[in-house]
Write a protein that binds this ligand. Sequence first.
Ligand code: SF4
Ligand code: SF4
Length: 205
Amino acid sequence: MAIKKYDIINVEQPDLSFWEKIYLPAIGKGLWLTLCHWFSRKRTLQYPEQRREDLPVARGGLRNSNYRGLHRLNKDEQDRVACVACFMCQTACPADCITIVAGPAPWPDREKYPVTFEIDELRCIYCGMCEQACPVDAIELTPIYNHIGLTRAEMIYDKDKLLEVYDQTKDLKPRRSPDIVGYTCDRRREALDYWNKIEQKTSKI
Ligand code: SF4
Ligand code: SF4
């Protein structure tokens, strides 16, 4: 498709002043900045002897509550997987690395649960959109950043592994909304009624 005339922007080269032409002030500014960094507090760490998790947040330490590392699948207070297999995380994922197979839930407080739930940690870009999309706070990213595997298959985390990560990290980062335990027909109906009301209101405006 040809570029339209109004999409073309002609950029004029700006006229440089005398001081800009000799570059000395710019070089001086650059050197001053280098000097400031020279004497400021160093952020470089000698990993693995020094680690961000050992530092206070104000000094570049790792904040557990919002660090986007390895995923986990949360459990509710009855030790069941909190996920209700709504596919929101899979739909939101820009890297297409979540695979869920849903089945009828064996519990009365929800309709579905994930029969299988897999995340390919090698494809993941750790953007956190799955966490944002989840309506029941069942998937969360943890402060674990040094997860490794010797094969590609090892880096595909299935439901059991993701639930294990929850057990390992629940004290480090408590589940955001432990009170959300399911997503029943009633709750879905309530949510639909709510959105219908909003739609009716906005259509009148
Ligand atoms: S963090 Fe981003 S890329 Fe990774 S699984 Fe979640 S949505 Fe997908
Ligand atoms: S968005 Fe949450 S509840 Fe829905 S499938 Fe993903 S983890 Fe499960």
